[in-house]
Design a protein around this ligand. Structure first.
Ligand code: AMP
Length: 249
């Protein structure tokens, strides 16, 4: 079973995001970038399946600028066998990413595509679903447990009411939740070994996909600053303030 895993390069989740002065976006220059966190879970799960003898090859793919190669390289350092970088500049919206991934799937013919449930930069939660629609493959989103059966997967997914378990036939798209597993750290010897693993580079236009944005971003602004709180002396005072000042009860 061959698994393709989509990994996105995003601003590191520990970075305090700053909006550009002209309101055209957020500052990315000299900002630490990392793999989108649930994509680390997706890679980890694929590598675990390979270690368990249930997967034969794990291929990591990223769409983005040249530097996204670092993200692919990190996936190789934690156990992916080879990488693909699809070069495309600027903002690549989920529809364009899913069209690119569709072309990569048609070429690579994986049995499974693992992705993150959501990218922490755009918060779209769309790419996996769109890819499943484009390929006409079943999808299991928000996976917090995956069990490989003969020609299907049993996936436990987090929903508002609790946990739901579904069975999907392979080939399938699975989008991974943070609770799925504990991603490993890349050891120094594995980082060195990853430098020798192949990364194929292609461009979005080689695949015939138009990546021109369809959404116009009008303005980005900081959320309003939170006002300082006050301390109250008693529950009675709190209730009185909530009633008469905040008028929320
Ligand atoms: P989104 O729909 O933007 O929230 O992204 C959901 C998932 O799609 C991410 O967790 C990634 O696995 C994948 N994805 C989105 N954009 C990219 C990209 N540029 N390169 C590789 N994978 C991506």
């Amino acid at each position: 079973m061959k698994i393709l895993v989509a990994v996105k390069r995003v601003i590191d989740y520990n970075v305090q995001i700053r909006v550009k002065e002209d309101g055209t976006g957020v500052v990315t220059d000299n900002v630490k970038m990392s793999t989108n966190p649930p994509d680390d879970n997706a890679i980890e799960e694929a590598v675990k399946l390979k270690e368990a003898g249930k997967a034969t090859e794990v291929v990591a793919v990223s769409v983005g600028e040249e530097k996204a190669q670092e993200t692919v390289r990190k996936a190789l350092a934690v156990g992916a066998d080879r990488g693909i970088l699809v070069k495309a500049d600027g903002v690549i919206e989920p529809l364009a990413v899913s069209k690119i991934l569709q072309k990569v799937v048609e070429k690579e013919k994986p049995d499974l595509v693992f992705m993150g449930k959501q990218a922490i930069d755009d918060d779209c939660n769309q790419t996996g679903q769109m890819l499943a629609a484009l390929l006409n493959w079943p999808q299991a989103t928000f996976a917090s447990k995956i069990e490989v059966k003969d020609k299907s997967l049993e996936v436990t997914r987090e929903i508002d009411e609790g946990l739901e378990t579904i069975e999907v036939n392979v080939p399938a798209i699975v989008t991974c939740d943070l609770r799925l597993n504990e991603p490993r750290y890349a050891s120094l010897p594995n980082i060195m070994k990853a430098k020798k693993k192949p990364i194929e580079q292609i461009t979005a236009s080689d695949l015939g996909v138009d990546t021109k944005p369809r959404i116009e971003q009008i303005k980005v602004e900081e959320p309003p600053k939170r006002k300082a709180g006050i301390k109250v002396a008693s529950v009675e005072e709190l209730v009185q303030k909530l009633k008469n000042e905040a008028k929320v009860i």
